[in-house]
Design a protein around this ligand. Structure first.
Ligand SMILES: C=CC1=C(C)c2cc3[nH]c(cc4nc(cc5[nH]c(cc1n2)c(C)c5CCC(=O)O)C(CCC(=O)O)=C4C)c(C)c3C=C
Ligand SMILES: [Fe+2]
Ligand SMILES: [Fe+2]
Length: 352
């Protein structure tokens, strides 16, 4: 289960940021080796305070473990031919890091593995970075004799869409029935730098497809927009920004909003701090009642969706389909990172 991870305790914040700013697939920096530790050190106090304010750390490891254990158990029933199944967590910037998990896979004598991204929608800066890291470890012989296949995206899977829709319905039910249909659904996803969007990264399109599928499932019961949050640094990022959108809606006299995180499957500072503590609070000061749809976290509907995605993948493999999706094979038209090409070829050969 591939994801970026987060600091489980406030004390782990610095190492998390150092790993994050050292990742050239996420943030390409000149003199990255020297600059990354410097930026991380400077940014640590502010981000530590945010993790402090949301209860002392990121819950992502806890929820990924709950999701993984639930998924593996269901998968034993859904696809007994390949049982027993076991979920391993491989985070990009926090423990357990990919290198730790690689050692564990080797020690356990695992021979067959699925690299299952936990980002619903594909971006080279998220899933692409995790796959590049796994590829580098594999090429260096750190993974043992493993045969790999990849689940690279699942942003319109009906089980995922159903789980999100149910959480929206629960949030909507907090508004009076008489005015419920006037509530604006404000889908919010982590933004991307325009430099990434403009090289042909598929994330913005795939997040939009998720939103369209959720709205179809809801029978277009409410007006909606997709907006973008958490941009960092001075460069241009995908907009409109979530905070500005809330202010604009307030100015236009909207009184009820449901905020919907759509590109991340468990709580993190972006939901618990930015959406709940910053934006929702500010909107309330402007007279807007805001409720947030819960993150998927330990949703049984979502855990069943993960198991269903994995089971379908295993059935496809048994039916002779290749180890990677057709779509994974296509690099961004503007991609100049040679590792991306090597990584895709390596996974297409089953990790050999
Ligand atoms: C699908 C989700 C995410 C995308 C896409 C994404 C792209 C992206 N992020 C940065 C820079 C930073 N992100 C940071 C934290 C962070 N990012 C995501 C998700 C996505 N990022 C999450 C869930 C988190 C927080 C983890 C948590 O537990 O809350 C940070 C660190 C925090 C900070 O310093 O503000 C940075 C920096 C870039 C540059 C980027 C696309 C290229
Ligand atoms: Fe980010
Ligand atoms: Fe790339």
């Amino acid at each position: 289960m591939l994801n970026m991870g987060g600091p489980s305790t406030v004390a782990e914040t610095h190492d998390f940021l150092k790993n994050l700013f050292s990742d050239g697939d996420l943030i390409p920096l000149p003199f990255q080796k020297q600059l990354a530790p410097w930026i991380a050190r400077r940014r640590t106090p502010q981000i530590e305070q945010q993790y402090e304010d949301i209860g002392g750390g990121s819950p992502i490891l806890h929820y990924t473990q709950v999701q993984g254990e639930g998924m593996a158990k269901l998968l034993d029933e859904l696809h007994p031919e390949t049982a027993p199944h076991k979920a391993y967590v491989a985070f990009r910037y926090a423990r357990p890091l990919t290198e730790e998990t690689a050692r564990q896979l080797k020690a356990d004598g695992v021979t067959r593995a699925i690299a299952f991204t936990q980002y619903p929608q594909y971006s080279c800066s998220t899933t692409g970075s995790s796959l590049n890291e796994l590829f580098k470890r594999g090429k260096a012989g750190e993974l043992g004799q493993l045969e790999w296949s990849v689940i690279d995206r699942w942003g319109t899977h009906p089980g995922f869409i159903e789980a999100v829709a149910q959480n929206i319905e629960a949030a909507l039910s907090k508004f009076p029935e008489s005015t419920r249909s006037e509530t604006v659904l404000l889908f919010s996803a982590h933004s991307l730098p325009m430099s990434v969007v403009n090289r042909g990264d598929p994330y913005v399109l795939e997040v939009s497809a998720s939103v369209a599928a959720v709205m179809q499932r809801l029978g277009h019961s409410n007006p909606y927009r997709l907006v973008w949050q958490s941009q960092v640094g001075p460069s241009a990022w995908m907009g409109m920004q979530t905070g500005d959108a809330l202010k604009g809606l307030a100015r236009q006299g909207k009184k009820q909003v449901v905020l919907v995180p759509i590109a991340f499957t468990s709580d993190h500072i972006e939901t618990l701090y930015e959406l709940d503590l910053e934006y929702a609070k500010e909107a309330r000061e402007h007279g807007v009642e805001v409720h947030r749809a819960e993150s998927l976290n330990d949703s049984p509907v979502f855990i069943r969706a993960l198991a269903d995605i994995a089971a379908q993948h295993l059935r496809d493999l048994a039916a002779g389909k290749g180890p990677v999706s057709v779509q994974l094979g296509l690099r961004c038209p503007g991609c100049t990172n040679a590792t991306c090409g090597q990584q895709k070829a390596w996974f297409a050969r089953g990790g050999r």
